[in-house]
Design a protein around this ligand. Sequence first.
Ligand SMILES: NC(=O)c1ccc[n+]([C@@H]2O[C@H](COP(=O)([O-])OP(=O)(O)OC[C@H]3O[C@@H](n4cnc5c(N)ncnc54)[C@H](O)[C@@H]3O)[C@@H](O)[C@H]2O)c1
Length: 283
Amino acid sequence: MGQLEGKVAVVTGGTMGIGAAIAEVFVEEGARVVIAGRNAEQGAALAQRLGASVRYRRTDVAQRDQVQALIDFALAEFGGLDAMVNNAAITGAFHNRFLDDDMADFDEVVRVNLAGVMYGSQIAARYMAGQGGGAIVNLSSIAAEVPGFALLAYRAAKAGVENFTRSLAIDLGEYGVRVNAIQPGHIPTRNSDFGAHPGLTAAQSAELNAIVDTIYNADQPLKRRGDPRDVAYAAAFLASDRAAYITGQVIAVDGGVTAGSAFNQNKLLSDARRDYLAKLGLE
Ligand SMILES: NC(=O)c1ccc[n+]([C@@H]2O[C@H](COP(=O)([O-])OP(=O)(O)OC[C@H]3O[C@@H](n4cnc5c(N)ncnc54)[C@H](O)[C@@H]3O)[C@@H](O)[C@H]2O)c1
């Protein structure tokens, strides 16, 4: 028996990438799933591929009334709602230095990544509180925790998602509604595949991917890129009754990146000392 047998889940941004993997794993684990997203063609194709226990509902998570209609749809189609996965997000075009950013899509990043999570959580939780429980899983990012280069609005919105997750867990505990978040690390998907570019030939793309791999391998405890299903397994666990005593937590699925860089300062210092002493014939 699957760990989500008999459960009904909604996955936003479920038409591709990590969201599609979450929908796929949830179905494998026995759930009925409504995948929500803006791309009707992709959504319908995925729903068809995943079979009779899946529906697609066109939804823009930044529009509160559309999120309400999504939850109403799930309740009408499957008669309940046990898990709400707020996965949809955009990175925004904040790829330059903040001083040069024109902030053109700042509002959209915040509306989709933060307000969208809040809408989905509140509307789902109102139903779940009435039925005596449920699980909300929010997709954050290691970018919420680790300050870094570029994507400042994305980082800020995801940091908001994490505090919201912890605070909402406190708020909803008395109703049996659990709220947790996942921080994916580097998971190649359409928006985050460093090796992809429309102007590259297959050979050039492979060459760039090889360069990218050397960086992953140097700086990450687990020496490989992540897979969307790595994140989906964590989401399935958090949505399941096996996580019945876990709420208000943020779990990184990142190959160990946030555990600390493999090439941190202490390692460089101790390697330099060892090499220096070895050169002198000392231990
Ligand atoms: N891929 C990574 O490396 C990575 C790393 C850290 C965090 N994340 C997070 O994981 C989640 C999934 O990321 P992904 O890489 O699969 O992204 P993706 O871009 O491949 O997929 C995002 C999905 O969200 C949908 N979406 C975007 N705006 C929407 C809106 N307004 N309404 C409804 N749907 C909308 C897109 O259509 C798409 O289906 C996101 O929350 C992302 O921030 C991803």
